[in-house]
Write a protein that binds this ligand. Sequence first.
Ligand code: NDP
Length: 453
Amino acid sequence: MTLTVVEPATGRAMAEIPEATPEDVDRAVERAGSAFRAWRDVAPSDRARLLLRLADAIEAELEDLAVLEARNAGHPIASARGEIGMVAATFRYFAGGVERHLGDTIPVAGGVAMTFREPLGVVGLITPWNFPLPIASWKLAPALAAGNCAILKPAELTPLSAIELERIALEAGIPEGVLQVLAGPGPTVGQRLVEHPGVAKIAFTGSTRVGAGIQRAAAGTIKRVTLELGGKSANVVFADADLEAAAAAAPGAVFDNAGQDCCARSRILVQRSAVDRFLELLEPAVQAFTVGDPLGADVAMGPLISAAHRDRVASFVPDDAPVAFRGTAPEGDGFWFPPTVLCPVDPASPAAREEIFGPVVAVVPFDDEADAIAKANDSIYGLSGSIWTRDGGKALRVARRIESGVLSINSNSSVRVSTPFGGFKQSGIGRELGPHAMEAYSELKTVYYATGA
Ligand code: NDP
């Protein structure tokens, strides 16, 4: 069986690859289990050096990987270059963690207790199509650094960069079986990984619906599970904000990667007295958000990932939708959709509540600080968000009250290699990146040493 990989900007096939099967999962778990016995005992400084070599090797192939990701995932080439740079930085950051993966010593009667962080063994990593290689690296780097062996199942729509990464890792000296990639369907290959008794943990990024199923299926073998799921993040703009700056940043906050971003600020909550002025400033910024060929110069947004996904996004903008204004998108082949601003939007409508995962943003007015917090929290999700105001105290008060894993003040920033990332509520369980990420790939063991009285 083969898998046809499609280029979303043209709608045409760009590669044909072998499709993995559940039996391949069984074989990969066996191989990973054997590799683990040696990998866990590699001297920490040597394991760190291998991860640094992998980071260098990724950087050496940055341009080819960026072009591959731009073509397969539809990301503008400049963004894709930044993403591959982040992948290298992620391996470098966690290489630095290998020798700082510390335990404690704890004074107790009659001896000393100490703790060790032991690797879990074989871990299964299941990733989505929206940021294929970065999201894979957020899981792979801490998993390998902590001494585990990993089996990565990329999304069927975007497996190509992960397959390249497996090759690059082998060439960089990562031993065979430590990092394996299996490209195959979620319901068969992914499901087998989740149920396999030889897999100790699943780290998943994807939809809340599939994440809930993974949590249920993982219960059968008491697997450790971390989940990075959906979002419906709020971009909260107070009337006292620098409205020019907030409006200039708002398109990037939701239309980057064509809105296919779990951190997309797909709700703009604007204080009622500033709505008209904000929209006046937002319109030219949206129209300047150029949509086109991901490999073209000065393109801010590419296509959506598939025809089916474009149709789903379009279903949130029926003919009678309150479209305030929208940008333009190319005609013809490719899965295009223009950046679209809806206003006024009923906070109870699907456009204001559901994760659209496309370039559609709902503008919702609010009255005061309490109303802003209530509206921001009126969601099953809690992943990201922004607060725009010139009042520092108010910014921090609101940031403390919004139920969200990541927030930025007067900025769109969400993800950094060195800071924890993950969600409240139905946006997930656990955190990736940052100083604690390796803990999620290890067990804490306590050893008591009796020293005698
Ligand atoms: P899906 O949940 O459909 O798929 C994610 C991954 O899970 C894919 O590799 C898929 O395989 C696999 N999968 C599907 N069914 C199963 C199953 N039964 N068992 C095991 N694995 C399975 O999400 P999308 O790919 O559509 O990605 C978009 C979603 O991801 C959005 O909802 C978004 O919010 C979320 N996301 C969250 C992020 C976060 O960090 N919180 C970051 C990025 C995205 P395949 O597709 O190959 O069949």
